[in-house]
Design a protein around this ligand. Sequence first.
Ligand code: SAH
Length: 230
Amino acid sequence: MAFQDDLTEYDQARERMVRSQIEARGIRDPRVLAAMRQVPRHLFVPVHMRGSAYRDTPLPIGEGQTISQPYIVALMTEMLELTGEERVLEIGTGSGYQAAILGLLAREVYTVERLPHLARNAEEVLRQLGYTNVHIRVGDGTLGWPEHAPYEAIIVTAASPEVPSPLLDQLADGGRLVVPIGPRWTQTLVRVRREGDKFRKEYLTSVAFVPLVGEHGWDEREGLLRHVIG
Ligand code: SAH
């Protein structure tokens, strides 16, 4: 598709994306749909990929990482059941696109990225777009961000062998945590709901995410990703 640097073309592509990829697949939360209509996804992908930004697919953002498929962003966001009052924790800032969506739907967003270069890029785009309620930190997100806990919603946008226990500790009573759990190449989207000291799990759909690398995630030593045991 020959996109010019023309806002109208991107706006039209984004509207088509919301209708054909997101509404058509059953996302109903009007606030989520409005946010997906608003955030200029093309500004979160590398410049040479802007013409593909509204396609029904994840895209590479450098350093072997990806911006998630639009539908998966919408689905995971809807699963968080945001009303606008929440403090949200995101693990895996990547491009910053999911954080921008969350920034429109919650009060404060805290997002952790392990790769400094990606964190810097995301910070710059979010700053240019005027987001003041999205806070980025470089570090191992499997440890959460305890200083701002508890969070009413936590979203992990990288795949983990199991739910990192620090994130359960930092989830507020009544809070929702959405995370892809499973082996290296394919996972299940899981929602954990905290009820006091109980954690109720729901299993949704199959997904494929890049690995969550860290103390409570995958180990990347020896070139082979191994689950850290103990
Ligand atoms: N939410 C992103 C997509 C993220 S891809 C977006 O909207 O574009 C997954 C990201 O998780 C990658 O950027 C990867 O570097 C990051 N990541 C992997 N392990 C991590 C960890 N332990 N802590 C923080 N970020 C991590």
